[in-house]
Design a protein around this ligand. Structure first.
Ligand code: ATP
Ligand code: MG
Length: 237
């Protein structure tokens, strides 16, 4: 589904260069559910932005759903993004003065889908997240977990192949967190690939696989036991 090889991303300001991703390599299989962990500043959001074609990168190659997306124009990137990728963020990013139905409708309108098809998709997506009875509520009239479910319905209505989630439960209490993870698991069970950034080991445990980032790289677990064995020696020196 997603293959990155030696991807580099450098943020430059007048004063400083930050290597947010350096020689970043990762393969995510179709229908896999992967959790991405790592300390603050290790490059998790940068990786999601590059993976989701929200941001460009400098070196390396990136294959998304079999297509080389390393050198696309902005238009080509946004077309693929709209068709294939759904984003879920920590802040639900709903539009406050649109009701639930209209919030889910926004990206569908943007794609120019006909009204009847949009209505079908919206009702189906809100049914899947269990909010069929809240179509005319405003975001402010919903709980945090319900708001995140609307955000997920908005993603589902677009029928993406890949969902990228950046700390989707970061603003939720433990009960609502479980509810959202159940929902993501169910969506993944229907064949949608999910990559989820999380700080919580409990959340990460719900994924098929956990990867850990450090300084813009995937930590190589095979190397860790060796390091652990060498530590006492180094300390003795
Ligand atoms: N727009 C930007 N301009 C300059 N530097 C940036 C920019 N965005 C991120 N960085 C830097 O890139 C590095 C990786 O940032 P990133 O946001 O990917 O970290 P993260 O792992 O998501 O952290 P957190 O857990 O705090 O969300 C950091 O050192 C950050 O300061
Ligand atoms: Mg982040």
């Amino acid at each position: 589904m997603l293959t990155m090889r030696d991807v580099r991303k450098v943020y430059r300001t007048d004063l400083i260069e930050t290597h947010a991703l350096s020689d970043f390599s990762l393969h995510v299989r179709p229908a896999e559910f992967v959790a991405v962990m790592g300390p603050s500043g290790s490059g998790k959001t940068t990786f999601l932005n590059v993976a989701g074609l929200l941001d460009t990168f400098e070196g390396g190659t990136y294959l998304l759903d079999g297509q080389d997306v390393s050198r696309l124009s902005d238009d080509q990137m946004s077309r693929i993004r709209n068709q294939k990728i759904g984003f879920v963020f920590q802040s639900f990013n709903l539009i406050p003065d649109l009701d639930v139905f209209d919030n889910v409708d926004v990206p569908l309108r943007y794609r120019g889908l006909p009204a009847a098809e949009r209505k079908d998709r919206i009702e189906r997506a809100l049914g899947l997240v269990g909010l069929s009875s809240r179509l005319r509520h405003l975001p402010s009239q919903l709980s945090g977990g319900q708001q995140q479910r609307v955000a997920i319905a908005r993603v589902l209505a677009g029928d993406p192949r890949l969902i990228l989630a950046d700390e989707p439960t970061g603003n939720l209490d433990s009960l609502m967190t479980r509810e959202i993870l159940d929902l993501l698991e169910e969506i993944n069970g229907r064949g949608t690939t999910i990559v989820m950034v999380t700080h919580s080991p409990e959340c990460a445990a719900r994924a098929h696989r956990q990867i850990h980032l450090l300084d813009g790289k995937v930590v190589d677990f095979d190397a860790v036991p060796t390091l652990a064995r060498e530590e006492p020696l180094a300390a003795a020196r």
